[in-house]
Ligand binder design. Structure first.
Ligand code: ADP
Ligand code: MG
Length: 261
């Protein structure tokens, strides 16, 4: 394996909603140009952890954190961090497509337009290349001005990924991107993640309950679980193949073995 460069370093990171502790002292690296999967039972804090990587949690509630999350050596929890800039560089795709009630084109162009004015031709080019990167151009090139909300669930999810790609993020976070999709639509999202994985500049963190999918798409896997106080924590992190064949912790083994065919 080539030299691994951490894009994100999480160090002794704990997270609280109000006074309730949700995550306990998580430490792990997210390596640049790799796909890192996050697995674990429902309620163990996977989504909370993912949203902590671009401070998306803060819009929801009073939150408190301890420890650090460093994005290319800068602690994103420092006060002077520009949140809009951070979220352009570390963008997030949720399990339920959250497109705007606008055209396909305007959804993809949305992120670039809010950064500042650009000539239309340039925006056209960015929209086209984001749709191509998301393997959607051929399907949608004749529907650019149709409402995005009329697309199928799978297309909407891939369009969310195209919208995220349009602003050229360094990292894309995906929270159960295949949730609720039929097997064919799910496979298309999976193939898209595979093709993004080959683009060496992009780093992906993806939560998935589909463990066979995790073995196909990820380089590294982090297994989260609840501790005895029902607080989420990282049990084990490692190369995906190792986590699935020779996990060090019996809790990882139990979780993985009972869920993979
Ligand atoms: P997972 O994604 O692994 O299912 P979550 O991160 O969604 O887990 O949730 C972890 C814990 O945090 C759960 O106990 C959940 O109830 C709690 N939680 C999630 N979101 C919020 C919120 N906005 N406010 C308060 N508690 C929350
Ligand atoms: Mg979740």
């Amino acid at each position: 394996m080539n030299k691994l460069i951490p894009a994100i370093r999480v160090k002794n990171f704990s997270f609280y909603y109000d006074t309730q502790k949700i995550l306990e002292s998580v430490s792990m690296d997210v390596y640049q140009s790799k796909v890192t999967a996050i697995i674990g039972p429902s309620g163990c804090g996977k989504s909370t952890f993912l949203k902590s990587l671009n401070r998306m949690n803060e819009s929801e509630k009073e939150v408190r954190v301890e420890g650090r999350v460093e994005f290319f050596n800068q602690n994103i929890y420092e006060r002077r961090v520009n949140l809009n800039r951070l979220r352009r560089q570390v963008s997030i795709v949720f399990s339920k497509p959250n497109l705007f009630p606008m055209s396909v084109y305007d959804n993809v162009a949305y992120g670039i337009k809010i950064v500042g004015w650009r000539p239309k031709l340039e925006i056209d080019g960015i929209v086209e290349s984001a749709l191509k990167d998301a393997d959607l151009w051929d399907e949608l090139k004749n529907k650019l001005h149709k409402s995005a909300l009329d697309l199928s669930g799978g297309q909407q999810q891939r369009l969310c990924i195209a919208r995220a790609l349009a602003v050229k993020p360094k990292v894309i976070l995906m929270d159960e991107p295949c949730f609720g999709l039929d097997p064919i639509a799910s496979m298309k999202v999976e193939s898209l993640i595979q093709s993004l994985r080959l683009r060496s500049e992009l780093t992906i963190v993806v939560i998935s309950h589909n463990l066979s999918q995790v073995t196909r798409i990820s380089d590294f896997t982090a297994f989260f679980h609840l501790n005895e106080y029902r607080v989420g924590h990282l049990v084990e992190f490692g190369i995906t193949k190792k986590i699935f064949t020779k996990p060090l912790d019996s809790r990882t083994r139990d979780y993985v073995v009972t869920r993979i065919s």
